[in-house]
Design a protein around this ligand. Structure first.
Ligand code: CDT
Length: 311
């Protein structure tokens, strides 16, 4: 018996800074409905899918900054998406900026939520690898202020039994780290969902610009193959507030092969029926962790070294 799950990867085109939350949400609902028409069990939206990606510019007024965050999900800005998901019987994954109280302290997270076809939350993830810097870089054409605006996620890399399999989440920069996939793989992930806002240009290292699409594919394809998992990577695409974003939304099989990829830099839904049992040849074969992974022979790790820049 196979476990077939039809998944829609719902790429977002640019969201203008002045677009209302209601209009941004309506764009997601349109793609959710298209997903339903095309037979999706689950539709995956991107990182911070409700607003422009605001770490790309400096916001000094705390109240203005907080206006980009959700204090509750579901809440006034997102309830309509939950209601429509329940009406259609389609699950979804949504990235959003989360303002939460943890141990009596206000925290800001870059978060994602997994919601079942009944419109009820299954799990939540808070981004762990925050890229960029805390202090603005005035000579850069755009900023990358995630370290200034967000706290490091406090929920670990968890997995959930859902949609007939085991599902994990990570967000954007997390996808570049092998540890992300390996921890999720060790926790049994058969399906890894993630959204990303990746600029096509890196102002710090412009020599990497031609490699940005390659590094995107490389990270997700190797993570999928080395852990025998499906990976669904969903982008923000196109020019948003002066920043060109990569796009390249894709669905990757446990073989590491790309089985579906977006062709535009706009709102675009790509759909693929994923057989969760296609994970087996990898999880039970070459990447059977119990039989083949030899942690006890890797040698001691005595310190975590920081790479020093040359010179
Ligand atoms: N949103 C996010 O995490 N973006 C980063 C930009 C890094 S610039 C090299 C990413 O890893 O795609």
């Amino acid at each position: 018996m196979t476990r077939q799950l039809t998944i829609g990867a719902a790429q977002s085109g640019p969201i203008p800074r002045d677009q209302s939350r209601a209009d941004a949400l309506e764009r997601l609902i349109v793609m959710l409905r298209e997903g339903h028409q095309r037979g999706c069990d689950l539709v995956v939206f991107t990182e911070c899918a409700l607003t422009a990606f605001f770490p790309h510019w400096l916001i000094e007024d705390p109240a203005e900054l907080d206006s980009y965050f959700e204090t509750a999900v579901p809440g006034p800005d997102t309830q309509a998406l939950f209601d429509e998901a329940r009406r259609l019987g389609v699950g979804f994954h949504l990235g959003f900026a989360e303002l939460a109280e943890v141990d009596g302290e206000v925290r800001h997270f870059n978060s994602s939520i997994l919601v079942g076809p009944d419109g009820v939350e299954i799990g939540r993830f808070r981004k762990i690898h925050l890229p960029g810097y805390s202090e603005p870089r005035p000579d850069h054409p755009f900023q990358n202020l995630e370290k200034r605006y967000f706290d490091v996620g406090d929920l670990g890399f968890d997995t959930w039994r859902a949609f007939g399999g085991t599902v994990g989440m990570c967000i954007c920069n997390d996808r570049r780290w092998p540890e992300t996939y390996r921890v999720l793989g060790l926790r049994g992930a058969e399906l890894i969902l993630l959204g990303y806002n990746t600029p096509s240009n890196n102002p710090d290292y412009p020599e990497m610009n031609p490699l940005v699409p390659f590094h995107n594919r490389l990270s997700m394809q190797s993570g999928a193959y080395q852990n025998g998992a499906w990976v669904v990577g969903v982008a923000k695409a196109g020019e948003e507030e002066g920043v060109m974003q990569l796009g390249q939304t894709m669905i990757i099989a446990p073989s590491g092969e790309i089985v579906a990829q977006a062709t535009t830099l706009q709102d675009e839904l790509i759909v693929h029926t994923c057989d969760l049992d296609a994970t087996r040849p990898y999880k039970e074969g070459i990447f059977h962790f119990g039989k083949n992974r030899r942690v006890e022979h890797y040698g001691p790790i005595t310190s975590q070294t920081e790479a020093e820049p040359p010179g």
